[in-house]
Structures are given as structure tokens and as C-alpha cells.
Design a protein around this ligand. Sequence first.
Ligand SMILES: [Zn+2]
Length: 161
Amino acid sequence: MTKTWMSRERWDALVRGEDCLLCEVAATLTAPDAEDDYGFTIAEMSAGILRLQKNQYVAGYTTLISKRHVCEIYEFTPAERVEFFADLARASHAITQAYDALKINLSILGNSTPHLHAHIIPRYYGDPSPDAPIDPWTEKRYLADYTEPLRLIRAALAQIP
Ligand SMILES: [Zn+2]
């Protein structure tokens, strides 16, 4: 976690979509299993790309990245809002089922990458932060193989309308 904001010039450029990492992801990593340093694509959904994070400190931690570069939810068209939040609901349901999660926490932050994306963070009974958010970056925990988590989430997703 960084303690200072990036330069204002850099921030303004990112908000405009210049040199935006998530625009790149949305344009190039739509295929199942597409990989970058941060994760693997689970599925291309209606308005977002669903990705499993490589850091699985919280098992099942995924992100839903808007296909279109917007910074805030109010920049979506009404139709995009419906689609994005429907994607988010389906993804949350699938992850709950695939991981037997107790609860799903959602966070839309974007203070370092101002391209709309939601963090989907499953919560488990007995986890170390019952009355507060859990930081999925508390530790880095990488898996030897992501095949099974990807398969489980896709199988659950396929059952959810
Ligand atoms: Zn972008």
C-alpha cells in the first residue's frame, strides 16, 4: 500500500484512459485463462471481465473489470449499470457456491487504477476480521495451479442465470 497519491498529472491522464492497465486487460485478456501478472480471466461477462486474482490470500478473491473505461458507476449508461451489477450478482453467487463462502464483500475503490472494477472478496467463518473489511493483500499467497479454482467458478457460473 502506498502512502502518497500519484502525481496529479498522472491521475488526470489515467482518468482519461491514457495508459490505463485495465483498458488493456479489457481489450486483450477476454479469453478464458488469459493470464497477466495479476490473474487469470474466468469469463467475459456482459459488461465486465471476471478475473481470478493470483494472490489467493483470501481464497476465491476475484475482480470484475468494466469493459468500458469509466471511473465512477454514474458514468455508466442506464443499460450498462444494469448489466454490470447483474454480472456482479452472478459472479458473487458463483463464488459463494464454488467456495462455500459465508458472505461476499464487494469493494469498488479505484484510487490507484481509476477504471471501474469491483473486488469480490469472499468471507469465511472464523476469518481474522469479522467486523471489518479484510485486506486481500495482507499477505501474498500464490497457488501452484489455478486450474481447479477456474473450473469450479466457471461450473458454478454456468448454473446461474
Ligand atoms: Zn481504462
